[in-house]
Design a protein around this ligand. Structure first.
Ligand SMILES: Cc1ncc(COP(=O)(O)O)c(C=O)c1O
Length: 363
């Protein structure tokens, strides 16, 4: 049975290997999972307790409106309840936004390399893809503006960018958004924004009042340690929220995800502690890479993108050799950057293991 032409050309998302198989496949006792930009720590203890408390009520469908989660975000962000949308991960919201706003033949503009899902959702919509190369590993806002025309229905910016970790200042971003046509949906993917330590960083969610075509997406999968539950949110003008409401399936955010995300937002001190840990470790790893003579991209996220060319083996081989030493990273090969590797910031011990494994490859 043939699927539609749009579906036939897609490739499934390639996740890393199944975690339980990785250690045995590589003959190591345990593995540092530094391949998916996850938080090395689990959910906050209070979140674990809240989820456990909610388990006996799983016979009931979840709250269709995510009322408790909406209420706490209204307080935290200072937005109105009708400016919030929720998804089964921010990926679901990306997909729904493309479905709602992009018709076949229209243009989707996104940076490259960046999060692979942007390309995928453009293909799904049978859109014309307009990837814009990075400039010195950072998002080139000027080049992005230059390709936007009357056909452009969606522009995506990832800040900090995955896989490079590079950051564009919010002042430059604001100018960029204000220079785009109001008929173009601008999606600002902030999956890693909680890790940003740049002092001049501004919270972008308040911008949706000024820019009715802007959506800011965030996730609980990263700093909150809830990747396994799949929950993300978007802030946008009420008419965009309503469009997503018409499209989404009933009860798209599970009951446990709602409980966990709501509780997680009650602990900003623990979020700050995680941000501080990542900032310290990011700095320490960067210094160690410099000492090894390795080029890397300055990062504002919980990962580093580094060049692994010039070792005694081809760059593409490096992730496999690191795996054999108990460290799982993401190869740049799949992101059109074959000589590069993306490594998440883990615990101090995991980061040490990565640095030692990399150093051992040079011997
Ligand atoms: C840039 C970016 N956006 C979105 C996501 C996915 O977030 P979620 O788990 O909320 O679907 C990721 C996950 O790696 C990401 O890197």
């Amino acid at each position: 049975m043939q699927a539609t032409a749009a579906v036939e050309q897609l490739k499934p998302y390639v996740a890393g290997p199944r975690l339980r198989d990785v250690c045995s496949d590589h003959g190591v006792a345990d593995m540092a999972f530094l391949h998916a930009n996850e938080c090395p720590d689990g959910p906050f203890p209070e979140v674990v307790a809240a989820v456990a408390e909610a388990l006996p009520r799983l016979n009931r469908y979840p709250d269709q409106d995510c009322s408790a989660l909406r209420a706490i975000l209204v307080d935290t962000l200072g937005v109105t309840p009708n400016q919030l949308m929720f998804g089964n991960g921010s990926c679901e919201l990306l997909k729904l936004l493309a479905e709602a706003y992009v018709s076949p033949g229209e243009h989707v503009v996104f940076p490259s390399p960046s999060f692979v899902v942007y390309r995928h959702l453009g293909m799904q919509r049978q859109a014309v893809l307009k990837p814009v190369p990075l400039k010195e590993y950072g998002i080139d806002l000027q080049a992005m503006v230059a390709v936007v025309d009357a056909q452009t229905r969606m522009v995506v910016v990832c800040n900090p960018n995955n896989p490079t970790g590079s950051y564009v200042s919010t002042s430059a971003l604001k100018l960029f958004v204000s220079g785009l046509p109001s008929t173009t949906l601008v999606v600002l993917d902030e999956a890693y924004v909680e890790y940003v330590t740049e002092p001049a960083h501004e919270d972008t969610t308040s911008w949706v009042v000024e820019f009715p075509n802007l959506v800011v997406l965030r996730t609980f999968s990263k700093i909150y340690g809830l990747a396994g539950l799949r929950v993300g949110y978007g802030v946008a003008n009420a008419d965009i929220v309503q469009a997503i409401d018409r499209l989404r399936q009933p009860y798209n955010v599970s009951a446990l995800a709602q409980v966990a995300a709501t509780e997680a937002l009650r602990h900003p001190g623990q979020v700050a502690a995680r941000r501080d840990h990542v900032a310290r470790e990011r700095e320490r790893m960067a210094t160690a890479l410099e000492r090894m003579g390795r080029e890397y991209v300055p990062s504002q996220a919980n990962f580093l993108f580094l060049n692994v060319e010039g070792l005694p083996m081809p760059g593409e081989e490096v992730p496999r050799l690191l795996l054999a030493r108990g460290v799982m990273t993401r190869s740049g090969y799949f992101m059109d950057c074959p000589g590069w590797v993306r490594v998440s910031i883990g615990t101090v011990a995991e980061n040490d293991r990565f640095l030692a494994a990399l150093a051992a490859l040079t011997d």
